[in-house]
Structure formats: structure tokens, C-alpha cells
Design a protein around this ligand. Structure first.
Ligand SMILES: C=CC1=C(C)c2cc3[nH]c(cc4nc(cc5[nH]c(cc1n2)c(C)c5CCC(=O)O)C(CCC(=O)O)=C4C)c(C)c3C=C
Ligand SMILES: [Fe+2]
Ligand SMILES: [Fe+2]
Length: 355
């Protein structure tokens, strides 16, 4: 018989079988796994198609009956959208890092958070994963276990909970945990849509971005990613959380309801989504004679296709085309000092009792 450490006492005990006892595995560290949505590996056809197929096959994202959805997805969407979306991704691609902005920012957020926690508790290991594409949640959970993390905090990077984003991260993580004999202890960080640290960070970031402009916007839009209206009617709370974040940001900035407006962007398909729509609002403002606007996207933790291209390029064109004169897209919190303060605050709070 070989000897190995006893799981309960840590004292060497004879084992009833040859080989290493799993109790000899590294343990005692605490993992933090940041999880964002995901992004293609390259802005070209096949990587785009792979990414979109995984994303748009998720029942949490597309709730339509599979009988209707599969032919549409495989017959039309996956033949046309990879090309169209790929061209948009190519226009915002980070050439220096050869990665999409979402991946670049998430990596930086992770590195900065790791440094911040190294100074607080040497046992904390920080990593990131993507719900779709790579690095996968399964791969990075295994990586944290291999580095000795027997406690893991999963942080879905969405300030406002939605089934299509937060819940599907949890589904995917637990799907992998179901395959493990020796699971780590797991916590999921809750959303932070009304946390004063987040609201103040947003307000400070908006104030700083506005101070850098050569004009003062008559209207600021707080644009949130939309979901189909049927999801709200089926009980998804996302709309209320987004509206509350928008209201708290407006109050923090001292704006009235005409000066800061809440809108919803990124419609997909023909059905009705949460309203008012960002693009229609932008067009309406320009047509009504508003000359100067700014748009901020408080629901996105990192700049990505939906902010840099859809808001910064498409909505700018809509505004200028319909008579607007000055347009600014204000960046997300990203890995700025304010942004890292929010992440550190959320993670620090959720690690209480572990560190
Ligand atoms: C088709 C349904 C979609 C729902 C519902 C949806 C909800 C949702 N998405 C985000 C955040 C992001 N979405 C991003 C890209 C993106 N979203 C959809 C579709 C839905 N999103 C698609 C098809 C795409 C891919 C791009 C495209 O082809 O248009 C991104 C950006 C990713 C990137 O790589 O830059 C983010 C972030 C939220 C928060 C949300 C519900 C609240
Ligand atoms: Fe989306
Ligand atoms: Fe609501």
C-alpha cells in the first residue's frame, strides 16, 4: 500500500490502493472566474460561423421553437450573417493584439484584478472565460482546479441580470461541474445594477468623457442591449434592472428625463424588442432639430461590436444623416480606474468569508 495524506487530517495514512491519492492534489486556493459573452476568434467566415452557431443555438438566447428555428438558423442566418457581421468585426478588430476589443478588454480587466487581489490575499487566482467561443468556461474551470482552487467565484460580467446572459453562464458552468467527481465550492456573483459604487463609476466616467468633448450634448442616451419583448412578458426582469440603472445614473448626473433618455439597441430578427429603440430615438432626435447628442452604454462592462460599431458608427451615421451635427460615443468602463473599482468591489464583497 502507498501512503498519502488523509483528506480529513492531513496526516500520512496508508492507502488501500496503489498510486497517488487525490488528496495529494493542490488545494486551498480561491479562484475568481470572470465570464463575458464571447467573441469570434477571427472576423472571417468560418470563425464567425462557428461563434454565431454556438451563440444562436443557445435556448436561453433564442426561445423560439426549435422546429421553426433550426431551418432558419442553418438555412439562412448561418450563411449570410457570418459575412455581414464579420465585416463589422473587421472594422473594429484590435490589430496589435489580433483579437476583438471584447477579448482585449476582458484580458486586461482580469490582469488588473489579479494584481489587485495579489496584494490582498495571495491565495486568490483570477482568470476569465467566454460563454461562447474561447476560452471556454469548462477549460478555465479545469485550469483553476489544476492550480489548486477548491473554491471558485464565478462572475457573469453583466451588471443587469437577464436569462439570455447571466443565467446561461451559470447553466454552462454547472453543466461542466456535473461531470466532476470532486467539485469545488462555487459561488455566483449577483448582478450590480443599482450598486452605488457602479453608479458613481458610471457617472464619473460620463462626466470625464463629456469634459473631453468640444461640445455640450443637448441629450445623452443611455443605451442598453435589448431582448425580445416576449422575454419581458414571460417574466425576465432585465428591463426593470436596465431602467433602474438608467434612472440612478440620471440622478447621479443631476439630469432631467429629457436630458438623459433610456433606449434599447441591437435588435435581431423581426419580432418586437424592448422599446424605445436606440436607432429610432437617434433618428427622431435629429429630425426634431436636436443638433448635439452623446450615447453611453452602461450595461456593457467592455466595449465590443455592439458599442463601437453599432453605436459609434451606425448611430453616428443615422444622426448626421438626419440633420444632427455633433455626435459622441462615450466609452464603457472597460479597464479604467473606475471600471476596475467596480469589479474589485463586486468580487471583494462576494469573496467575504473566503478571504
Ligand atoms: C438573437 C438574440 C440576442 C439576444 C437575446 C441578445 C441579448 C444580449 N446580448 C448582450 C450582449 C452582447 N451581444 C453581443 C453580440 C451579439 N448579440 C446577438 C444576439 C442577441 N443578443 C448577436 C447575434 C451578436 C453577435 C454579433 C452580431 O452578429 O450581431 C455582444 C458583442 C460581442 C462581441 O464580440 O463584441 C455583447 C457584449 C446582452 C447584454 C444581452 C441581453 C441583455
Ligand atoms: Fe447580444
Ligand atoms: Fe420593467
Amino acid at each position: 500500500m502507498t501512503a498519502g495524506p488523509s483528506l480529513s487530517t492531513g496526516v500520512a495514512q496508508p492507502l488501500p490502493f496503489p498510486g497517488d491519492h487525490p488528496g495529494a492534489a493542490a488545494s486551498g486556493r480561491i479562484g475568481v472566474l470572470l465570464v463575458n459573452l464571447g467573441t469570434p476568434d477571427a472576423p472571417t467566415y468560418w470563425p464567425m460561423r462557428r461563434y454565431l452557431k454556438e451563440f444562436l443555438s443557445d435556448r436561453r438566447v433564442i426561445e423560439v421553437s426549435r422546429l421553426l428555428w433550426w431551418p432558419l438558423l442553418n438555412g439562412i442566418i448561418l450563411t449570410t450573417r457570418p459575412g455581414k457581421s464579420g465585416a463589422k468585426y473587421a472594422s473594429i478588430w484590435d490589430q496589435a493584439e489580433n483579437a476583438s476589443p471584447l477579448l482585449v478588454v476582458t484580458r486586461r480587466q482580469t490582469e488588473k484584478l489579479a494584481r489587485a487581489f495579489a496584494g490582498r490575499d495571495g491565495r486568490v487566482v483570477v482568470d476569465f472565460a467566454m460563454r461562447y467561443g474561447s476560452p471556454s468556461i469548462a477549460e478555465r474551470l479545469d485550469g483553476l482546479r489544476a492550480r489548486g482552487c477548491d473554491r471558485i467565484l464565478i462572475v457573469p460580467l453583466y451588471p443587469q441580470y437577464a436569462a439570455a446572459t447571466t443565467a446561461t453562464v451559470c447553466d454552462k458552468a454547472f453543466e461542466h461541474l456535473m461531470t466532476l467527481r470532486w467539485q469545488p465550492a462555487v459561488r455566483i456573483a449577483p448582478q450590480w445594477h443599482d450598486d452605488p459604487v457602479y453608479i458613481e463609476a458610471l457617472a464619473a466616467s460620463v462626466r470625464a468623457s463629456l469634459a473631453g468633448l468640444d461640445f455640450e450634448p443637448e441629450v445623452v442616451l443611455a443605451s442598453f442591449h435589448g431582448v425580445p419583448k416576449t422575454y419581458l412578458l414571460a417574466g425576465d426582469p432585465y428591463h426593470c434592472f436596465a431602467v433602474k440603472t438608467g434612472r440612478l445614473l440620471r440622478e447621479a448626473l443631476g439630469y432631467d428625463e429629457a436630458r438623459l433618455r433610456i433606449t434599447f439597441q441591437s435588435r435581431f430578427g423581426k419580432e418586437e424588442w424592448l422599446k424605445p429603440y436606440t436607432d429610432e430615438t437617434v433618428e427622431g432626435l435629429a429630425k426634431a432639430g436636436v443638433k448635439r447628442i452623446a450615447i453611453v452604454a452602461p450595461g456593457f462592462v467592455a466595449d465590443c461590436l455592439e458599442t463601437l460599431e453599432e453605436l459609434g458608427v451606425e448611430n453616428r451615421e443615422i444622426f448626421l444623416h438626419h440633420g444632427g451635427e455633433k455626435f459622441a460615443y462615450l466609452p464603457c468602463l472597460n479597464d479604467s480606474e473606475e471600471g476596475q473599482r467596480v469589479l474589485e468591489h463586486v468580487v471583494g464583497r462576494e469573496l467575504q468569508g473566503w478571504i
